[in-house]
Structures are given as structure tokens and as C-alpha cells.
Ligand binder design. Structure first.
Ligand SMILES: Cc1ncc(COP(=O)(O)O)c(C=O)c1O
Length: 332
């Protein structure tokens, strides 16, 4: 019996009813509910636009395209991140250049500077497990070297820096609604931007680069024909997912409040053990604690795997820390 699962979606009757209503509405793919979710999401994070996607991986892929990343370009990112971070760079035949992370598991500014070359075109900054990275310093570095900053905020919905939510600082910020995240739509993603050109192109590319979308064609009183303006993709979110997302977003601050309460309880109980390094929430930042990560020092009386087994025997699920992409066959 698992008493504490690794993740448990915070879904209730409201979400079930919303999905039910959408199914019976007759419009189930990307339509009015996606538009409503996008408006609410942009308002929540404080960006001008939000563009819904099928997941964060597709959000990252299209962000690479609109940022102008092409074959042979270098994009600096952490290896220590979920594989989709590095994969999204490879989809356009660009090269992920792996830089170190600091003790908060976020990209090291110093090592990023050391990895810059004339081929560097962008930095893909990850807010690992919801802990905000130092956007200000990375934006400065990007401005100095004429690079695009792309944020992988898959885990960072509701996290903020000095009261400003992740999603409002730069022009390509990608979120995930996978069930391991703080809120979920089953699967799903979002890009936030305040650049109208990015927003328009993202909307085009996610729907086969179709000049007229389904909804406009449906609502038109004239016969109209679409064109396919460039190589596009099917990265749509469905209205069923979006109707769930609208209710999840309304609960987000409550969910984060509960997660932070639990995180602080863990910190209070675990701080007595010298061999456990606790999460670092840098000053002025606010984490959604998408995950609670600890690091066992060499002085630990138990190995990581034994520790995980002891906890599992007590019904508590854990996972090894964040993976490293450069050690995986896909990126060797
Ligand atoms: C840092 C990071 N980037 C990207 C992704 C991919 O998100 P999705 O599953 O929505 O494609 C994840 C998912 O775990 C993630 O943790």
C-alpha cells in the first residue's frame, strides 16, 4: 500500500463536470475552451499572450522554431534536466551544449559564460522542479551576446521572483500540464509571450500552419478555403483538456499553499540531519515545490538506493534526482 504516492493529481468534481460538459457541447478539439484557458493563463502569469500546446515538449520545439534556431546552431542548456529539454534543441538539428548546474540545480551562469561560442544562438534556462532560476542575469547575458532566452518552466507554474510570476519575464516561456506537475490537463503545455509576432506564429505552427483555423471556418457564413503557409505541426490542445485546465488554474494558489506547507514541514524535520542537503530557495524567490528534492552527502549512513527502499517499504514513493541527458544513449 502506498501511503504517500510520488504524485497525486488535484482533480475533483469540477474538472470532471467541465470535461463532461465540453464533451456534450459538440466541440471537443481546440476551440473556445482553449481560448478561454489561454486568456486566464496569460492573466495569471502576467504575460500578454498564452498559446496552448499538446505538451511542454511541443511548446519547446515550436519556441526553438520561432526563435530562429537552425541546423548547427548551439543552444546552452543544463544536462541535468528531463530529456525533453535537450531533445527540443535536437528537433531542429541544433546542438545542445551542456553546462553545469549550481547547488539549487539551476543552470550555472559562470559555466554558461564559459560555454559561449560564436555559434551560440540561445540559452534554454530551466526552472528545475519549480525553483526559479536567475532570469535577470541570464537575460543580461543574452542581451550582451545577442542571444534568445527560452525558459523551460515545465515545472514552474505559480513560482515567482520578487513577486513577479514565471511566464512574464521573457518572450518564450514553456509550461507543462503533465500529471506530475502542480496542475494538470492529463497532458498539455503552454507558451507565454508578450511578443505578438511570436504568439501569431506559434498559433499558426501548432495547427499545421493553416491560414484559417477550424473555428473560424466553422463560424464563417461564407465558403472559405484554407492554405498551408509553411511546414506545420499538430500540437493542438483539446477543448476537453482546456476545460479541465481552467478549473485547475483557479485552484493553483491553494495547491501551492498546501505544497509549501508540506515542504516546510519536511525542512523542519530533516534539518537536524547533517548528511541531508535540503532544497535551496534563493532569496526573493518563491517556489511551487513541484518536487521536494534532497541530496545525500557522502557522510550519509545509508546509500541513496537503500534509503529509497526503506521509504518504499514504509509506503513512501521517491524517485532518483533529476536525470542527466548527456549520459543517455540518445545524447551520447
Ligand atoms: C524540465 C522539463 N522540461 C520539459 C518537460 C516535458 O514536459 P511534457 O511532458 O509536458 O512534454 C518536463 C516534463 O517532465 C520537464 O520536467
Amino acid at each position: 500500500m502506498r501511503t504517500i504516492p510520488i504524485a497525486s493529481p488535484y482533480l475533483g468534481k469540477e474538472e470532471a463536470q467541465a470535461a463532461y460538459d465540453t464533451i456534450l457541447s459538440g466541440w471537443v478539439t481546440q476551440g473556445p475552451k482553449v481560448a478561454e484557458f489561454e486568456t486566464a493563463f496569460a492573466e495569471y502569469v502576467g504575460s500578454k499572450y498564452a498559446v496552448a500546446m499538446s505538451n511542454c515538449t511541443s511548446a519547446l520545439h515550436l519556441s526553438m522554431i520561432v526563435a530562429g534556431i537552425r541546423e548547427g546552431d548551439e543552444v546552452i542548456c543544463p544536462s541535468m534536466s528531463f530529456i525533453a529539454t535537450a531533445n527540443s534543441i535536437r528537433y531542429e538539428n541544433a546542438i545542445p551544449v551542456f553546462a553545469e548546474v549550481d547547488s539549487d540545480y539551476n543552470l550555472s551562469l559562470e559555466d554558461t559564460k564559459a560555454k559561449l561560442t560564436p555559434k551560440t544562438k540561445a540559452i534554454l534556462l530551466v526552472h528545475q522542479i519549480g525553483m526559479p532560476a536567475n532570469i535577470k542575469e541570464f537575460q543580461k547575458l543574452c542581451d550582451e551576446h545577442n542571444l534568445v532566452l527560452i525558459e523551460d518552466a515545465a515545472c514552474a507554474i505559480g513560482s515567482s521572483i520578487e513577486g513577479q510570476r514565471i511566464g512574464s519575464h521573457s518572450d518564450l516561456v514553456c509550461f507543462s500540464f503533465h500529471p506530475r506537475k502542480v496542475i494538470t490537463t492529463g497532458d498539455g503545455g503552454m507558451v507565454t509571450t508578450s511578443n505578438p509576432k511570436y504568439s501569431e506564429r506559434l498559433k499558426l505552427l501548432r495547427q499545421h500552419a493553416m491560414s484559417i483555423n477550424d473555428r473560424v471556418r466553422y463560424e464563417s457564413t461564407q465558403v472559405i478555403f484554407e492554405e498551408y503557409l509553411e511546414l506545420g505541426y499538430n500540437y493542438r490542445m483539446t477543448d476537453i483538456q482546456a476545460s479541465v485546465g481552467i478549473h485547475q488554474l483557479a485552484k493553483l494558489d491553494i495547491i501551492i499553499g498546501e505544497r509549501r506547507k508540506i515542504a516546510h514541514k519536511y525542512i523542519d524535520e530533516l534539518k537536524q540531519y547533517d548528511f541531508i542537503r535540503l532544497p535551496i530557495e534563493p532569496e526573493g524567490t518563491f517556489s511551487n515545490y513541484q518536487s521536494f528534492s534532497i541530496y545525500l552527502d557522502k557522510s550519509s549512513p545509508v546509500s541513496r538506493n537503500d534509503f529509497m527502499q526503506i521509504l518504499l517499504d514504509k509506503g513512501i514513493s521517491t524517485r532518483r534526482g533529476v536525470m542527466t541527458a548527456h549520459r543517455e544513449p540518445a545524447h551520447e
